[in-house]
Design a protein around this ligand. Structure first.
Ligand code: ADP
Ligand code: MG
Ligand code: MG
Ligand code: MG
Ligand code: MG
Ligand code: MG
Length: 705
């Protein structure tokens, strides 16, 4: 979550009249940062992940598992433990620092981040998993004996009313709770003033409780409410269009922010060399977001029932949808200023790079703009693309304001800017430098669902980081119309999407004067022969090489950064013939996830192809390359369908459980066994080769700290 300042929170009625003040000062604060940082070069790549956990409390006597609501006590402990220098002796080699732990929306949730950001050095990448496991281990050893940190995206029984799902038991309070939910009580939400205020103010601004509907998975014995339409054969698997229930078909209903913001995800933030690079990488990641959502899908059940979708995105979007009826287009505009097609939590609607390849025709969806803000930014000298990006974020109202911080020193604070920015929860976030900090322009990748093991969490983090390096190094072009990215966002949430669906993706990704042959696309990074010992020591730092045949260009963000990325001149001379860009070349095509990741075997190398080409361009020692290969192979084989997504694995576990009555219901007994199994898989004591491959070794027994 965003800011956690303390103070007296204002109600929606009190916040509303302050909206223009907050936006005006927010822009002043942004411009201050812009002036300081627009020409500055940062320190190059530093990056870090955020992993969110649920704390599960096992009751072996009656075979139930519940969400433990001890977040505050646990965090207090973790935060004091991490200050203890003695912990340092347990720090795995390569981990930059003792990790940090943060609160999250749910009172049963925790978040961890590395104590210091990672570098992009391949040797550092291979220690990411150890860092993640270290964090999990620290959490584990500071929980009660019957509690465990679990990285399931959605707690399958959150919000059930037939038996308690929290420890201690909580009751919904539709009269007095901040959500007014009929399913979940106030105690489910982090007690810090920010969270109940956010919940209440979203509901009040909207004018009603949030309304979340997920298509119900229909099985042989599912009780379908009277009057609903007959379920469609094969449900939503492999479908296009919205991953939402069709009118009149059965759905799972949820009515509180906790159903969305109480889910867990995996996010990655990278620091860019300068603002131009941040904007380029931001744009390139926009079409990647739905692809990675499909590959990491982990959410097949909500509120005790199997859903006919596999991923959380639309659920979170609806859980914080503060738009009024007028903004949602249900009534003519009278009080509200804009028609707004998307929730504050949704996919990106505008590319923002000033790159010439960012063409107007890609902006083919309605993205309302705060014209006053845009004018002000243009007048200050910002270009139209960046001004529009900020002005689009600034159509939103602030949701939480503390009475003590209404008037701020705009030279020393970014809080009003962050108030709007941090409640625009899009697939990618462009993060300006904080005030009085050496941290530069950053980009956050936010679409992925958290994985059950840190092996997977590390694999997806490493893949995304390497992909950003390839994007920069080879100056790749992933642009396609935003409407197609949005269509992909919906397809990516459908049941079994990674296997059953096709997705739009651009096939011609190289600059026109940069021939494909140069990128050595089909070769994998070399593996050491089984018998020989590698000559390069594994601890050696790589020295980055220029991708074959490319000249090194220095200065203005195109030179060799300290991040180890060679920035190639995109206009360097070519050796062989060049694909000509024409109308056809510009089109995105529908491809399988396997083709998008692993290539089409012809001209399109796939995202893995460019990652491999990038790795081949570096002098990485063979051992490091082999270690990286373990992670990249998880993604490769999941894209091929040889490994399943967590959503597929969880759905199979549920539907093949002896207590499952083919009625779509995920009961206490199934949940208990599921969560036990997830922990055993994570520790490597229960094999799950269909999910992780044959070679997975878990994190071992608990409690060694
Ligand atoms: P959020 O605002 O998204 O909740 P967090 O503070 O929880 O952000 O996490 C930010 C992530 O960014 C962490 O993983 C952290 O390691 C990483 N990070 C910190 N400093 C930098 C930096 N200079 N550049 C890139 N990433 C950084
Ligand atoms: Mg978080
Ligand atoms: Mg965070
Ligand atoms: Mg934060
Ligand atoms: Mg984040
Ligand atoms: Mg959308």
């Amino acid at each position: 979550m965003g800011l956690l300042a303390l103070g007296t929170p204002l109600t929606w009625e009190e916040t509303k009249p302050l909206a223009n003040h907050i936006r005006d000062h927010g822009i002043t604060q942004f411009l201050k940062t812009w002036d300081t940082w627009k020409d500055k070069t940062g320190k190059g790549l530093l990056w870090g992940d955020e992993i969110e956990y649920l704390v599960a409390a096992f009751h072996d006597d009656d075979k139930t598992v519940k969400l433990s609501l001890r977040q505050s006590e646990i965090l207090e402990k973790l935060q004091s433990v991490t200050l203890d220098p003695a912990l340092d002796k347990y720090r795995p080699p390569g981990c930059p620092a003792i990790p940090t732990f943060h609160p999250e929306y749910g009172r049963y949730m925790l978040e961890s981040t590395p104590g210091f950001p990672f570098s992009g050095n391949p040797c550092a990448l291979v220690s990411v998993e150890a860092d993640m496991r270290f964090r999990r281990q620290i959490i584990r050893s500071h929980l009660k004996p019957h509690e465990l940190p679990i990285t399931l995206t959605v707690w399958p029984r959150l919000g059930v009313t037939d038996s308690p799902f929290t420890d201690p038991e909580t009751m919904p309070d539709p009269e007095n709770s901040s959500s007014k939910s009929i399913y979940v009580g106030q105690l489910l939400t982090n007690p810090h003033a920010r969270f109940p205020t956010l919940t209440a103010n979203i509901r009040e601004r909207r004018g009603s409780k949030v309304d979340i509907r997920v298509p119900l998975y229909i099985d042989e014995n599912t009780v379908v409410p009277e009057g609903s339409k007959a379920p469609i054969a094969n449900g939503h698997a492999g479908m296009s269009g919205p991953a939402k229930p069709e009118a009149g078909t059965p759905y799972i209903h949820m009515d509180a922010m906790a159903f969305g913001m109480g889910n867990c995800c995996l996010q990655i933030t990278f620091q860019a060399w300068n603002v131009h690079e941040a904007r380029r990488v931001y744009d390139a990641l926009v079409p990647v977001a739905p692809i990675m959502l499909a590959l990491t899908a982990a959410s097949p059940a909500f509120r005790g029932q199997l859903a006919d979708i596999d991923a959380r995105w639309n659920v979170i979007a609806a859980s914080v949808d503060d738009r009024t009826e007028e903004e949602r287009g249900l009534k003519p505009l009278k009080e509200s200023k804009y028609r707004i097609p998307k929730s504050r939590y949704d996919s990106v609607s505008l590319y923002l790079s000033d790159d010439e390849r960012n063409k107007p025709e890609y902006h083919d969806i309605d993205a309302p703009i705060n014209e006053k803000v845009r004018e002000r930014l243009l007048k200050h000298g910002l270009d139209d693309k960046l001004a529009s990006h900020i002005a689009h974020l600034f159509i939103r109202d602030p949701l939480v304001q503390f009475s003590e911080t209404i008037d701020q020193d705009d030279d020393a604070s970014m809080d009003h800017f962050e108030n709007i920015q941090s409640t625009n929860w899009q697939t990618i976030r462009f993060k300006p430098p904080p005030v009085n900090s050496p941290i530069g322009w950053r980009v956050e990748f936010r679409s992925m669902e958290v994985q059950m093991t840190d092996f997977e969490n590390a694999a997806f983090s490493i893949f995304i980081v390497l992909l950003t390096r390839a994007i920069i190094s080879f100056d790749l072009n992933f642009y396609m119309p935003i409407s197609q990215v949005d269509e992909n966002m919906q397809r990516s949430q459908q049941r079994n999407a990674a296997m059953a669906n096709k997705f739009f993706f651009r096939k011609h990704i190289f600059p026109p004067d940069r021939p494909l042959a140069r990128f050595d696309l089909n070769s994998r990074p070399v593996s050491p022969p089984a018998t020989s010992t590698p000559t390069t020591p594994s601890h050696s730092r790589f020295s980055s090489a220029v991708p074959n045949g490319h000249s090194k260009v220095n200065g203005n963000g195109t030179g060799n950064g300290q991040d180890g990325v060679e920035r190639c001149s995109s206009r360097s001379s070519s050796v062989c013939s060049t694909p000509i860009e024409n109308e056809y070349d510009d089109e995105a095509e529908e491809m399988t996830i396997d083709e998008i990741i692993n290539g089409d075997g012809k001209n399109f190398p796939g995202l893995m192809g460019v990652v491999n080409a990038y790795l081949n361009s570096l002098n990485v020692d063979v051992i490091t390359k082999c270690e990286l290969r373990r992670y990249l192979d998880l993604i490769k084989y999941r894209a091929k369908g040889q490994l399943v997504t967590p959503a597929v694995w969880i759905r199979r576990f549920i539907t093949s459980h002896p207590a499952y009555k083919k009625d779509s219901i995920v009961n206490d007994e199934i949940t208990y066994d599921l969560v036990k199994a997830v922990d055993e898989i994570e520790r490597g004591v229960r094999p799950a080769p269909e999910l992780l491959g044959k070679d997975y070794v878990g994190s071992g027994p608990t409690g060694c700290l």
